[in-house]
Design a protein around this ligand. Structure first.
Ligand code: ADP
Length: 422
């Protein structure tokens, strides 16, 4: 339209004769410009109306409406294309939100832990079926009510991470408390999660008792049966020979009884040790020096030191020393059977002190009971070395593991990890 008007104007003011032609051209130019302007204006209006309708649909939450975009470089067509993209984006966002909230809903229903959400006025906004089971109520009657009415006040006042013993209207037990808060639409919401510990504890207790009874009966049978039969043999010998009973048989029998009762006494002593670990005395000490001293005590096999770093840790030196004595003794006893050696290595990595005791022994027995108290494969073993080691290291917040060597060589590697001081 602009070039047309410019051409008409140029002709009108240019050197065109006669004046009538000039006037006609001028009039034609003006009328043409107006016509083109009118058509353009209608198009602009139509594009603006389309954009306005699309925005109205978005405001109503209808993200399915699309505006037709004509090809070209018209900025208004660009506006319509932009609104189309915006509705696509909003539609995708709404789908993601719906899916997320459906997933959250399903998770809350499937969760065994009780979940309760309260708003900034302290009223219950959300409660999952596990939480409703605690109070034995319908969802309708709980949402919007005061949590104190349902016995949640104490749990809501308990700090995050605490353990609470509490009776709810329909359930009682020990609960692990988790708390979180967040803002939604400018209002603070609080989440309370209660995880029932009683079931887990009693299951674990049950398993511990089973293990203990199995070990106790095994150990008692191992000692008492031969003691009983030896006593019977000796008594029939005595009945047969009277005071002329063969001295060596009497002595051998009595020695066997003494050995067996000794092993029973060791077993009972070990049990006492496990049950009554003295309280920890935590102090900083040089772990590398302590390890060097312990390694020198083991004279039966060659112990190679590989750690050379000075390593300060905080802990009970005596008790941790006991851990390394036990692990080194196991490594040496296994290496003795093959004529191999033992390597002792230590270093700091990822904020932890690592101690590795690697042996060239016979490797681990095929069992998952290595750390079960009183499990032993040795004739004179007590089976408390590893359980005691785990108890002590875990009391220091560390971990202990035992595995077969991964480098293809026969033997085992014990790993102890302890937190390094900050
Ligand atoms: P004990 O040494 O009195 O048997 P532990 O609790 O220290 O008690 O060890 C339990 C069992 O774990 C041992 O009897 C042995 O079978 C196995 N074990 C521990 N350390 C090693 C090792 N380095 N190599 C092979 N077996 C091991």
């Amino acid at each position: 339209m602009a070039p047309l008007a410019a051409a008409a104007l140029a002709l009108a003011i240019g050197p065109v004769e006669p004046p009538l032609v000039r006037a006609t051209l001028l009039a034609a130019g003006v009328v043409g410009s107006l016509l083109v302007g009118w058509i353009g204006g209608r198009r602009v209006l139509a594009s603006l109306r389309t954009a306005f309708d699309l925005l109205g649909a978005l405001r109503e939450g209808d993200y399915g409406l699309r505006g037709h975009v004509r090809p070209g470089h018209d900025p208004l067509q660009g506006l319509i294309a932009g609104v189309n993209e915006l509705s696509d984006e909003l539609r995708r966002g709404r789908r993601a939100r719906t899916e997320a909230s459906r997933f959250l809903g399903k998770t809350l229903v499937a969760l065994h832990s009780a979940v309760l959400v309260t708003d900034d006025r302290g009223a219950i906004r959300l409660i999952n079926p596990a939480a409703r089971r605690l109070v034995g109520a319908e969802r309708r009657s709980v949402v919007g009510s005061d949590p104190a009415e349902w016995g949640f006040a104490e749990a809501l006042a308990a700090p995050d991470g605490s353990i609470l013993t509490h009776c709810f209207p329909a359930a009682n037990g020990r609960w692990a408390v988790r708390r979180a808060s967040w803002y939604s639409a400018g209002r603070e919401h609080s989440l309370l999660m209660l995880h029932d510990l009683s079931a887990a504890l009693s299951e674990e207790e049950h398993r511990a008792w089973q293990r203990l009874i199995r070990v106790l009966s095994h150990e008692l049978n191992n000692s008492l049966t031969p003691i009983g039969s030896l006593a019977e043999t000796l008594s029939s010998l005595l009945a047969r020979h009277g005071p002329d009973i063969p001295q060596h048989e009497l002595q051998a029998g009595l020695e066997a009884i003494a050995r067996r009762s000794g092993s029973l006494a060791r077993f009972v002593g070990g049990y006492g040790k496990l049950a009554r670990l003295p309280p920890l005395t935590i102090e900083p000490f040089r772990l590398d020096l302590a390890l060097g001293r312990i390694a020198r005590l083991e004279q039966r096999v060659r112990v190679v030191h590989e750690g050379d770093t000075a390593l300060w840790v905080e802990g009970d030196e005596d008790q941790l020393g006991q851990v390394f004595v036990n692990l080194l003794r196991n490594a040496a006893e296994s290496a003795l059977l093959t004529g191999g050696g033992v390597q002792l290595n230590w270093y700091a990595r990822g904020g932890e002190a690592w101690v590795l005791i690697t042996d060239e022994g016979i490797g681990l027995p095929l069992t998952d009971s290595l750390f079960v108290p009183f499990f032993t494969t040795k004739p004179e073993g007590s089976g408390i070395g590893l359980s005691l080691a785990r108890l002590i290291v875990e009391a220091h917040g560390g971990s202990v593991g035992l595995a077969d060597r991964a480098d293809g060589t026969r033997g085992a590697v014990a790993t102890v990890r302890l937190r390094l001081p900050d």
